[in-house]
Design a binder for this molecule. Structure first.
Ligand code: SAM
Length: 202
């Protein structure tokens, strides 16, 4: 599966903090592989007209992975575009990346803060996020609660992140979601875990 970029243009999904352009790119290659594998395990078909929310989308990397895999999906990515964890990020650059990859009709981006936005009415089938929550320190627990509030009973969350205190996070997540399933996330780094969350306990 290969995304066809517009002639002579390549998307730039940015450099993560504590990383280099090359190593950020390498990380994304691996993240794309594991997310794509997990998508194959979800009870959706690739041509379903899904509504997908990318939480902390940055420059749109994971939004575009979703749009490539789910070919009729509409993807919304939101981000503050202000956090130091992704250098020189902006809404305009994210939009341009989707345009370069030909996804501008199905992928849209907006400015939004996890803690003050309400996506509970969006009826999203699938939520995705990568490398966002660990940046929030202990506030990540409030952020998990927001996710649990936003999802519907038949929605899924695919969450990839660094977990520095995995057991603690797992306990919190298990108190918010009926199902927390860990999937293999080989090679990305010891602390990177990929989880499928579903069945919100409301
Ligand atoms: C390391 S980047 C990852 C970006 C993207 N998910 C990816 O995998 O390339 C972390 C992102 O989380 C975003 N972020 C941090 N706090 C946020 C918040 N409160 N609301 C929305 N996004 C946030 C940052 O702006 C940044 O773009």
């Amino acid at each position: 599966m290969r995304i066809q970029a517009r002639k002579n243009q390549q998307p730039d999904f940015g450099t993560y903090h504590h990383s280099t352009p090359r190593s950020s790119e390498k990380t994304r290659e691996k993240v794309k592989i594991v997310f794509t594998k997990v998508f194959g395990d979800l009870p959706f078909s690739r041509d379903d007209k899904l509504k997908i929310l990318d939480v902390g989308c940055g420059l749109g990397f994971l939004s575009c992975v979703c749009a490539e895999y789910y070919q009729n999906a509409k993807v919304t990515g939101f981000d503050t575009f202000e956090h130091g964890s992704l250098k020189d990020s902006s809404l305009a650059k994210a939009k341009n990346n989707a345009k370069i990859l030909g996804f501008q009709e199905r992928v849209r981006f907006q400015k939004g803060d996890l803690f003050s936005s309400d996506y509970s009415k969006g009826k999203f089938d699938l939520f995705v996020s990568s490398l966002v929550f660990h940046n929030l320190g202990r506030k990540r627990f409030d952020a998990y609660e927001r996710l649990a509030y936003w999802i519907m009973s038949k929605s899924y969350i695919v969450l990839g992140d660094l977990f520095f205190d995995y057991k603690l996070d797992l306990r919190r997540l298990a108190s918010l979601f009926g199902t927390v399933e860990k999937k293999p996330s080989f090679n990305i780094g010891r602390q990177y875990k990929l989880l499928i969350l579903s069945e919100p306990k409301k």
